[in-house]
Ligand binder design. Structure first.
Ligand SMILES: *Cc1c(COP(=O)(O)O)cnc(C)c1O
Length: 230
């Protein structure tokens, strides 16, 4: 039996310690509990302790959202353009904005629901061929391209760091994204407010927090190893 509440308590403590280490206020950091593959009973136990959950598949959001206690749902996975319509009114923040066609579709669907959708631009900082996201070099031209879209806002940046046995090796990617975050913030682009920096998962969230992350996405550390066969 995985102890969900104890794991959340432990994670919150680790967040505090990482913040203390670098003189940050733990209140700046939001824990998003990643609930992909997890059933709604267990997710609802987590929701007693946190206000934010993350899912990476549209289908899972559709299947689960009605059974969940009130919670902010974050879309953290790759998003197909033709599925935007199913989640546009169900999620608080889309972390995986990575192309113009997706931005246009989000804008269109947000408009038809009379809402403004908050998004993060996903950046593939390490340029891994297996990962989604814009390269660092592509981010500025992308931000320029979406400035005229009225029903979408960019609220920050997101990355998934490479897996590395030695977690210290990924620190440089978090540093790089934080630099970009600050640089973009200084430019006052329209439609862009650099508020959220979404980086850090079970393996590397402490380092991500040391490097300035304020949204961490933790699944395994809360629910244990996922069973993808169900
Ligand atoms: C699954 C997932 C996570 C959580 O990963 P863990 O290693 O289980 O903490 C975080 N971010 C994204 C985008 C994911 O798909």
């Amino acid at each position: 039996m995985i102890r969900i509440k104890e794991n959340i308590e432990y994670t919150k403590n680790e967040i505090k310690e990482a913040c203390n280490k670098v003189g940050r206020d733990p209140k700046e950091v939001t824990l998003i509990v990643v609930s992909k593959t997890i059933d709604t009973n267990r997710i609802n136990i987590a929701i007693e302790e946190v206000e934010d959950i993350g899912e990476n598949k549209v289908q899972e959001i559709m299947d689960k959202h009605q059974e969940l206690s009130p919670v902010n749902i974050h879309m953290i996975g790759h998003l197909q353009t033709n599925k935007v319509k199913y989640i546009i009114d169900k999620v608080k923040l889309i972390h995986s904005l990575d192309r113009l066609s997706l931005a246009k579709e989000i804008d269109k669907r947000a408009k038809s629901h009379d809402l403004i959708m908050d998004t993060l631009v996903q950046v593939n900082v390490a340029n891994e061929s297996t990962k989604f996201g814009l390269s660092c070099e592509e981010v500025y031209s992308f931000l320029n391209e979406i400035q005229s879209l009225e029903n979408i806002r960019v609220k920050g940046l997101m990355t998934v760091a490479p897996f590395d046995e030695d977690v210290e090796n990924v620190r440089k990617y978090f540093k790089r994204l934080k630099e970009m975050f600050e640089e973009i913030k200084g430019k006052n682009l329209s439609n862009v407010e650099m508020k959220y920096l979404s980086m850090g998962m079970t393996n590397d969230y402490k380092i991500a927090i040391e490097e300035g992350s304020n949204l961490i996405r933790v699944g395994t550390g809360i629910f244990g190893y996922r069973n993808y066969t169900k």
